[in-house]
Ligand binder design. Structure first.
Ligand code: ADP
Ligand code: ZN
Ligand code: ZN
Length: 735
């Protein structure tokens, strides 16, 4: 027996790996999970290395309690990638590995046995000759089949061959001749379903031809194309080519629940090697998909953000669809960007030889456009929509216009004409709930959230006031809590108020509301969309949910009720987000023979970026917005890291961040500026006070080397104060 010292990354918010002793013939390899004593408790950790000399003297080292896996869950390449990510985001390796594991494995539970549930012959059963079992023909048949199949068969296959045979199996088991087992999945075949895709358009062919030669190594492509221009078709061709070569494919999408058609399309075209990984799966399902990807049984993984952290045997292609979507950034804990990590993962794939990565979007992020401009990404464009025309955009000046449920007369008339022509109209509202706030017209009371610097929203159906920031709810009062007057009114509009106005104005026209409230139940979104696709004249009312992935061919008019709220957000990315949302929503509309129209209501019709968007489309907008960013020295022309701090006492977060700012100045890195601390845009949230300190640098390396030196001191400082703090590298939201 040999004594070895293991480096173990434990899933705790501390930046070190810990040494543990183990006494075995063969010490567990890196990537194996171990249960270790930690503090007064017991934790699951992952072996990340072996040590020659322990940092702590040998005598004081604690021993590993249990070795949890026979074989590593992370191979060397996977582990090295996650180490890189931990390092880049300055986040504890133990937590990064934890985020990469399915929840059962993270908790230290035994890995699920893979393969189909089935039956095998025992030694006793194998020595029985079925021909001698004449009085039990069913049992003889089962024994014969098992013999023919090397002693084991899946339950499903047995049933297929012999019909229902559970009682027979039970009898055989009682005799000790068969026992339950797991039957290995058939080895991943390269057999793909027949190519059933349409003939590619010239543009699609050129895009595929540009990417194909790159499949041997790393290359990054930005595939820009409006909704319906055929990007997915391009992904399918590339994926197929890579699968045929025996490599695997990772497809990242913002939200799977909203894009079941995409998953179905990949499955239909590429067959059974597809596995889906997302948070909506049950723990066990998720783990099985994860294990299949690790073992190479699933060779195409479609997943949301966290799938980029998962295992992928022999990775040959990475696709990020809707790459501009903010949901690719994790907003708490390990705050990584799945889009950025996708590029890193592709570069490091196959032992450093690399594989191609394709970022697709109708409205690429300014970061990716900048990368394309700088030559780091190859920029490919699809302009045409096979069989459809892009709708035109127009601004509606609503200054001094009477509004009905938030809609101007011009917009209502346009809807009326659309319906009269037998078409569908869509009214888009970037908000949910009945009205943002309840107000007293007598004394000015507003429905403030008692725990946040925000107002509670009135939800008419439930009669509740609801805070969208902390979740606090209460019954909406009938009389003003401040002055007692019976003069409470909803301010502003929500989808429900719009709906009432539309129903009154267009009686008898079907009204379909698509937002998170109306689609909480599984499958209800698809049902609503099917109604929309099948129907004739109808009105749709929807929120941001509509901007994702759904084609609504019967919609020829889109009305955007309020663009201004988005234009003037506190975040410097507000205009970019609003432009992406507008173009995405516009992209839902239109069909082959009719040009769609998008009418955008605004009180700022002279806003330069808004005008540029309407007149020149997204590319013109993006160019103008990038020029503004360059002039203001904001990302992507600078690199940021944001310290957030919060505490129950109002002064604590500021004082802590002032300490961090002072430490930053002491380190004297002239390239890095520290801005703040400032109170967070919503200073109080869920009863806690919050402040920010923003670090910004012209280049990445000075910022990261500063952070590396700064963080130990920040941890020491935090230890002496009652604050919760976090670091967000490349933040996408400054709120
Ligand atoms: P995107 O991913 O850019 O939204 P899709 O690949 O989903 O575009 O294509 C939009 C629609 O056009 C789909 O119904 C698709 O089947 C169809 N389509 C795509 N490429 C072609 C083509 N070359 N010929 C005919 N139809 C196509
Ligand atoms: Zn009042
Ligand atoms: Zn609140």
């Amino acid at each position: 027996v040999k004594r070895s010292i293991l480096e173990v990354a434990v899933d705790v918010p501390l930046p070190t790996v810990y040494d543990y002793l183990v006494e075995t013939e063969e010490p567990p390899a890196p990537g194996v999970r171990v249960a270790v004593p930690f503090g007064n408790g017991r934790r699951c950790g992952v072996v990340v290395g072996h040590r020659v000399a322990a940092a702590v003297a040998g005598a004081k080292l604690r021993g590993v309690e249990t070795i949890l896996d026979e074989r590593p869950l992370f191979d060397a390449e996977h582990l090295a990638f996650l180490r890189w990510a931990a390092d880049y985001y300055h986040h504890p390796l133990g937590e990064v590995l934890g985020a990469a594991l399915p929840v059962r494995l993270r908790r230290g539970e035994a890995a699920l046995p893979l393969g189909e549930a089935g039956w095998r012959l025992t030694a006793a059963g194998a020595s029985v000759d079925p021909a001698h079992q004449r009085r039990a023909p069913r049992q003889a048949a089962v024994l014969a089949q098992l013999r023919e199949h090397l002693g084991a068969l899946g339950h499903g296959t047995l049933t297929e061959l012999l019909g229902a045979c559970t009682p027979t199996l039970r009898a055989l088991r009682a005799k000790g001749w068969v026992e339950p087992c797991r039957v290995k999945d058939p080895p991943p075949g390269v057999a793909l379903p027949e190519e059933a895709g349409p003939e590619l358009t010239g543009e699609q062919r050129r895009a595929v031809a540009a990417m194909m030669p790159a499949v041997a190594g790393f290359a990054a492509f930005l595939l820009e194309g409006v909704t319906g221009s055929g990007k997915t078709e391009v992904y399918l061709r590339l994926a197929r080519a890579v699968l045929v070569q025996g490599r695997s494919v990772l497809v990242l999408v913002p939200e799977i629940a909203l894009t079941p058609q995409l998953v179905r399309r990949f499955t239909r075209r590429l067959g059974d090697c597809v596995a889906v990984l997302h948070s909506g799966l049950a723990d066990r399902e998720r783990e099985v998909a994860w294990q299949k990807a690790r073992l190479g049984a699933a060779r195409l993984v479609i997943g949301t953000r966290s799938a980029v952290l998962g295992p992928l045997a022999n990775l040959g292609l990475v696709i990020v669809d809707e790459e501009h979507d903010p949901s690719f950034k994790q907003q708490d804990g390990f705050r990584y960007s799945a889009r950025d990590l996708a590029v890193v993962r592709a570069r490091r794939a196959r032992g450093g030889r690399g594989c191609p990565v394709v970022l697709g979007s109708a409205t690429p992020s300014l970061e990716s456009l900048h990368n394309a401009g700088a030559g780091r990404f190859v920029h490919l464009q699809l302009h045409r929509r096979p069989g459809a025309v892009m709708p035109t955009l127009a601004l509606l000046d609503i200054r001094d216009q009477p509004l009905e449920g938030g809609m101007s007369r011009v917009l209502l008339q346009a809807l009326e004409q659309t319906l009269a022509a037998g078409d569908q109209g869509l009214v888009f509202l970037n908000r949910r709930g009945f009205a943002p706030v309840l107000a007293c017209y007598d004394c000015g009371w507003l429905s403030d959230c008692p725990r946040c610097d925000a107002r509670q929203t009135l939800h008419a159906t439930s009669g509740l006031l609801w805070c969208h920031h902390c979740g606090a709810q209460r019954r909406a009062p009938v009389r003003c809590p401040q002055c007692g007057a019976h003069d409470l009114h909803p301010l502003g509009q929500g989808t429900q108020r719009l709906e009432e106005t539309l129903a009154g104005r267009f009686p008898g026209v079907p009204l379909i509301r698509i937002d998170r409230d109306a689609t909480r139940r599984k499958g209800s979104l698809e049902r609503l969309l099917n109604v929309a696709r099948a129907g004739n004249a109808a009105l749709l009312v929807g929120t941001q949910m509509l901007a994702k992935g759904h084609h609504l061919p019967r919609v020829t008019l889109v009305g955007v009720v309020d663009v201004d709220g988005g234009l003037f957000g506190a975040d410097f990315r507000a205009a970019e987000r609003m432009a992406q949302l507008l173009i995405q929503v516009a992209g839902r509309a239109g069909r082959g023979d009719a040009t769609g129209r998008v009418l955008i209501q605004t009180r700022y019709p002279d806003h330069p970026l808004l005008r540029t968007l309407v007149q020149g489309g997204y590319p013109a907008f993006a160019a103008a917005a990038l020029a503004e960013r360059a002039a203001a020295q904001l990302p992507p022309f600078a690199f940021q890291a944001l310290f957030r701090a919060e505490a129950t006492k109002p002064d604590d977060p500021r004082a802590f961040l002032e300490g961090v700012a002072a430490l930053t100045i002491e380190l004297r890195v002239p390239e890095v500026e520290a801005w703040g601390p400032v109170p967070a845009p919503m200073e109080r949230k869920a009863g806690r006070y919050r402040a920010h300190l923003l670090l910004q640098s012209r280049g990445r390396p000075p910022l990261h080397s500063l952070l590396r030196r700064l963080l130990p001191a920040v941890r020491a400082l935090a230890g002496s104060r009652r604050v919760r703090w976090s670091l967000d590298v490349d933040p996408v939201e400054l709120l």
